[in-house]
Design a binder for this molecule. Structure first.
Ligand code: PMP
Length: 352
């Protein structure tokens, strides 16, 4: 650290992204990316847009916002387009919580929440999941604090029922409830249908997972018009041109070819169930997932050793977390059927 760095960041712990190693080619099942490329139409739209790079992008991403709103059945004023859904979370934490008004979240969840809370000088409380890693919604009912919950949760993959989310929304009318739907397209039910009913609901979604665009950085905030206006006030104050022209064009084209991405999501969900069944046959404990990943552990090998040996001996990357409650588990992103067969064969060989 240099002597110029502000003291207010003395204890800031930055988020640790999943490994993106460059030493050799791995089967990459560690960062919840899609194994499928964007649709050809999406790629063609990006190429066409390159010719206009001398111009600033539309700071409101109006065309994309309208197309996305139509796709999910809301009004354009209820949508804000962002640079990945991490940007929604950053702006929302800043908007709705501070040192005196804490944010609450599950203890096992997306690691970015705690780092971006600290970055924004927001205090937070981590609410333990139950022993089976499900969320006890009673912890959030009438909590009277700003709430952030991923649905499905990560890295567990467990989804909440919409009626439980509604109980949380209805019992916290004076606090915002942020439902992070990064993985919703793989089998959970979206809370977007509740936007008109609950003014305290903010949903974040992303093109990173189900629409194969993690590298383009495209996210969406969905909420009632006034909430979106406030988030836009913050966004215009710090980064008005948050989404570049090429990414916005990719997004519009992706929506036009939505059925391609829906098919991919179905394939990934099938591959997830296939992989879960095979792992259970090898006596793994597999957490029931509605996402594009599985959290699993075996009594025959530690989480750390399985991760390490798959990486070093088999060229397969999965994600291991050091956090006490899940350190015997690994998170396995679901890839193509070929990827999953290679992973399962490698696990079998490591376990003999
Ligand atoms: N929420 C959760 C639960 C995630 O796992 C991720 C991806 N790491 C994100 C949000 C952010 O995704 P992105 O910024 O790529 O939209």
């Amino acid at each position: 650290m240099s002597r110029f760095f502000s003291e207010k960041f003395d204890s800031l712990m930055p988020y640790t992204p999943g490994e993106q190693p460059k030493d050799k080619k791995y089967i990459k099942l560690n960062t919840n990316e899609s194994p499928f490329p964007p649709s050809p139409e999406t790629l063609a739209a990006a190429e066409a847009e390159l010719k206009r790079l001398q111009l600033y992008p539309d700071p409101d991403c109006s065309e994309l916002g309208r197309a996305y709103a139509d796709l999910i059945g809301v009004r354009a004023e209820q949508v804000m387009i962002t640079n990945g859904s991490d940007e929604v979370l950053n702006l929302a934490f800043l908007a709705y919580a501070d040192e005196e008004a804490p944010l609450i979240m599950p203890d096992i969840t997306y690691g970015f929440y705690t780092s971006v809370a600290e970055y924004n000088r927001v205090s937070y409380e981590e609410i333990p999941l139950k022993d089976d890693f499900t969320i006890d919604i009673n912890d959030y009912v009438a909590a009277h604090k700003t709430i952030v919950i991923p649905n499905p949760n990560a890295p567990t993959g467990i989804a909440l029922e919409l009626e439980d989310i509604e109980k949380i929304l209805a019992s916290n009318p004076d606090n915002m409830v942020i439902i992070d739907e990064a993985y919703v397209d793989f089998g959970a039910e979206s809370a977007v249908s509740l936007i008109d009913k609950y003014e305290n609901l903010l949903v974040s979604q992303t093109f990173s997972k189900s629409r194969s665009m993690a590298g383009a950085r495209l996210g969406v905030a969905i909420a009632n018009e006034n909430v979106i206006q406030d988030l836009n006030t913050l966004r215009y104050a710090c980064n008005p041109y948050n989404v570049n022209r090429v990414t916005a064009a990719l997004g519009v084209a992706a929506i036009k070819t939505n059925s391609y991405y829906e098919n991919n999501c179905r394939t990934i969900a099938e591959n997830r169930e296939y992989t879960a069944d095979r792992l259970k046959e090898m006596d793994f404990q597999v957490i029931p997932s509605k996402s594009n990943f599985l959290l699993a552990k075996s009594d025959r090998i530690s989480g750390e050793e399985l991760y390490r040996r798959l990486k070093d001996e088999k060229g397969i990357l999965i994600r291991h977390f050091n956090k006490e409650r899940i350190k015997e588990y690994n998170r396995i992103t679901i890839g193509t059927r070929e990827d999953m067969d290679a992973f399962l064969k490698a696990v079998e060989e490591v376990l003999v």
